[in-house]
Design a protein around this ligand. Structure first.
Ligand code: GLN
Length: 513
């Protein structure tokens, strides 16, 4: 088992969720996945109120340090919603697994009547007048929104340090970052200040923070979840997805939020997904690929070793390991950043000081309203990307940069189609680096970009991928591996991740908060 071989890995998780009878302590509640707690409340062992109040207490205790939330829904409101779920249970009415369950939402989704900031000063004072499709589907299930979670401004970054609301800290080591851009989502789930969260992933922003915090995160196929009501960064890559304590919770949430939506023209015409029923079927006969020409020498040694041990686990369990080659893979970061910045420069044109949020009080003329409001409202990383994207799209450079990048993207897509006609799952590390210290990479944006080496290719190809915990480093920092699957093969991906999670059976060390 991975747990026996990974550096710092230890055997079997100390909490055996099946043995809870009658009583669960708060410490156990905040460590438990939603499906376990739902089973407990339906067996009459705990109340939804106990679950919610444990999470609220944890939120109160951790927020002064973690800073995972930008906007918190007050305890009383949350507890009242928990009581509604308990009343229904008492009356013997059907209660959805997510009903009354405390779930956080990355502050990039519109939730009607709630402030939306995208962690940017430019949206100061903006309150959503409408609801995103994914949050409205969670509402249909009766979820309890704990609040809006911190992130890198407009989802641009890999550390959640680019937030106008301050950096987020990693609960496993509060001197370190939780990854990004969905770092608030990942840190809150890991700490138990919510039990699951919504994130978004344009180039790794669900998977990399999931790895950095020892949580599970999945980015579905492009078009699996509606983007309606989700603020745009790079529209041709952006996807919503869950970050959860385990694979089963993600299957439940993704099943609830996924599927066709006529309000998003890029949403795929698929029926209601079924991701839960086949989850426990195992991986017999599965063909698992590794990318032969992927340069693993860029990885920290512990990450490389952990990855190889994880591949071995598949091999030992009878999977056929197949080597694949992806031509020009070394250019994926350049291709991603050219396209992502180009789309961002266009998408962020709407923040003009007139339609939403911040308007410079110093502006006297119309031109100054645009110029000063944008200058005061956007942070440095966002400005950098708008400049890069505007340059890449400008006449004279369009063919050399944007158009060439799109051609390479098409080539990647064709190759992945071919590869997944032969194999079921492709394995890579998630990030070449372990969670790093705050401010360690802030002066060098290029270093930060280069660490996206394993994640961006997935968004370029439009395929689903997940990060699954695979051990702990010698310093007790979480490690994870990335699983990719073919177009719309979310069920296979989750089934494999579920199997891996059970095999790894990690014991989590205590958090430093
Ligand atoms: N780190 C990548 C970037 O900065 C990915 C961000 C994301 O997925 N939202 O663009």
């Amino acid at each position: 088992m991975v747990a026996e071989t990974v550096p710092g890995g230890v055997k079997k998780k100390s909490i055996d969720f099946t043995v809870f009878i009658i009583f669960m302590k708060s410490e156990d509640i905040i460590l438990s996945p939603i499906h376990v707690l739902d089973a407990q409340r339906k067996a009459g062992n705990i109340k939804t109120r106990d679950i919610v109040s444990a999470v609220m207490n944890r939120r109160r205790a951790t927020e002064p340090v973690l800073n995972a939330y930008i906007h918190q829904i007050p305890d009383e409101v949350c507890l009242e919603q928990a009581d509604c779920a308990d009343d229904k249970l008492r009356r013997g009415e059907p209660v959805h697994i997510l009903e009354g369950m405390p779930i956080g939402v990355k502050d990039i989704f519109n939730v009607i009547g709630t402030p939306l900031t995208c962690a940017s000063k430019i949206l100061t004072g903006y309150v959503s007048p409408y609801e995103s499709t994914v949050t409205s589907r969670l509402k249909d299930a009766g979820y309890l929104m704990t609040g809006k979670l911190n992130m890198d401004e407009f989802a641009m970054g890999s550390s959640t340090e680019n937030s106008a609301y301050g950096a987020v800290r990693n609960p496993w080591d509060t001197d370190r970052v939780p990854g990004g851009s969905s770092g608030g989502s990942a840190a809150a789930v890991a700490a138990g200040s919510c039990l699951a969260a919504l994130g978004t992933d344009t180039g790794g922003s669900i998977r990399q923070p999931a790895m950095f915090t020892g949580t599970f995160g999945i980015k579905p196929t492009y078009g699996f979840c509606s983007r309606y009501g989700m603020s745009a960064f790079a529209s041709s890559f952006d996807q919503a997805g869950p970050i959860t304590k385990d694979v089963e919770d993600s299957a439940v949430i993704l099943q609830q939020i996924g599927g066709f939506d006529e309000r998003d023209s890029t949403s795929l015409n698929i029926g209601k997904p079924d991701l839960v029923s086949g989850l426990k079927q195992g991986i017999e006969g599965m063909r698992v690929g590794v990318i032969q020409n992927l340069d693993l020498s860029v990885c920290d040694e512990e990450i490389r070793q952990n990855f190889e041990q994880s591949v071995d686990l598949f091999r030992k369990n009878g999977c056929q390991i197949v080597s694949v080659n992806i031509e020009h893979i070394q250019h994926s970061i350049a291709v991603y950043y050219i396209i992502a910045c180009s789309e961002a420069s266009s998408n962020l044109g709407r923040y003009d000081g007139i339609r939403y949020g911040h308007r410079s009080p110093a502006a006297a003329k119309i031109g100054d309203v645009f110029r000063l409001s944008r200058d005061e409202g956007f942070g440095n990383e966002v400005k950098l990307r708008i400049l890069l994207g505007t340059f890449a799209l400008s006449s004279g450079y369009y063919d050399a940069y944007y158009s060439k990048a799109k051609k390479i993207q098409s080539m990647y897509r064709r190759q992945f189609q071919q590869i997944f006609s032969d194999i079921d799952i492709l394995l890579t590390p998630v990030s070449p680096v372990r969670p790093f210290k705050l401010n360690e990479k802030m002066d060098d944006p290029l270093q930060m970009y280069l660490a996206d080496v394993f994640t961006v290719i997935v968004n370029l190809a439009g395929i689903p991928a997940a990060s699954v915990p695979s051990g702990f480093s010698a310093q007790k920092l979480p490690l994870g591996i990335q699983l990719m699957a073919g177009h719309l093969k979310e069920a296979d991906l989750l089934r494999t991740a579920y199997w891996f999670e059970k095999q790894a059976a990690l014991e989590y060390p205590p958090q430093k908060i």
